[in-house]
Design a protein around this ligand. Structure first.
Ligand SMILES: [Zn+2]
Ligand SMILES: [Zn+2]
Length: 268
């Protein structure tokens, strides 16, 4: 179909009703993107090239392509989501365990991809500004739709240290949770889980065990009635040792949550 015919076709579809307006609005979107890129060239946070599409956020399409995003074909620890280079048949995926996460209190954790390139830049940007690019929101959505996270009924952001909340003015995990809530229709509860005390900033030389102990009692459920029997999806920007989300999961389960899953934008 020629470009003119296609455009005419889109106009006809647009006239048929609001439900079918997507192609026309998509056309306006790309027109708007091209104009914006021309008027206000946005330099990619990773490589400095021009960002052509608003949906990509602060990173260009090429840098997004080079960032490792997990797909259904990746072999991951079924519990914590740690990637493995081994290939395994689809039926055996649920038996894959890294064993390092055995003691963690959550039921399953997944990240959209590896903390590098476009994901790293998006996470750093989210600490400066409470905005989630369309591409990032869709990555969260796609990861949430896959097992084992797909049974979640309620989204809860990992609470920020109160002092850091005052410094920043927003919790980046709540911003991610809001974007996911918009796409999935799952409710977002940012009040039930609270950080009860300011955990010590991790000192150099503090080993994993000491870090776990310092964070273990830092969370409390303020409204157990609201989380009782729910399948919780904890959300945060990055999963590092898993100690923080494990402590959150322990508090939520002690308060009556049926299961606790974890979704982060990235992991090492
Ligand atoms: Zn780039
Ligand atoms: Zn694991």
């Amino acid at each position: 179909m020629s470009r003119a015919a296609k455009s005419k076709g889109e106009n006809m579809i647009a006239q048929k009703g609001a439900r079918r307006m997507k192609p026309a609005s998509h056309f306006i979107d790309s027109l708007y993107d091209a104009t914006l890129a021309l008027l206000y060239p946005q330099a990619c946070d990773v490589c400095g090239a021009s960002v052509e599409a608003r949906a990509d956020g602060l990173v260009c399409a090429a840098c997004w392509r080079e960032t490792r995003i997990f797909s259904e074909d990746d072999t991951l620890c079924w519990k914590c989501g740690a990637p493995s280079n081994a290939t395994i048949s689809v039926e055996k995926r649920m038996d894959v365990r890294c064993r390092r996460c055995d003691g963690d209190a959550y039921d399953g954790a997944r990240a959209c991809g590896v903390y590098q390139g476009a994901l790293r830049a998006s996470i750093l940007a989210l600490k400066r500004e409470p905005h989630v690019a369309t591409r990032v929101a869709h990555l969260l959505y796609e990861t949430e739709q896959r097992a084992p996270l797909s049974t979640a009924t309620l989204i809860i952001p990992v609470p920020l240290h109160p002092e850091r909340y005052v410094e920043r003015g927003f919790n980046q995990a709540t911003i991610l949770g809001g974007a996911l809530s918009n796409l999935t229709g799952l409710p977002l509860d940012e009040w039930s889980l609270v950080r009860t005390r300011h955990t010590e900033r991790h000192r150099a030389g503090m080993d994993a065990q000491a870090r776990r102990e310092s964070v273990a009692k830092a969370f409390e459920v303020a409204r157990p009635r609201l989380i009782e029997n729910e399948s919780i999806l904890l959300i945060d920007d990055v999963l590092t040792t898993g100690a923080t989300v494990s402590a959150c999961a322990a508090a939520l389960k002690a308060a009556g949550a049926r299961s606790v899953f974890v979704l982060t934008l990235a992991r090492p």
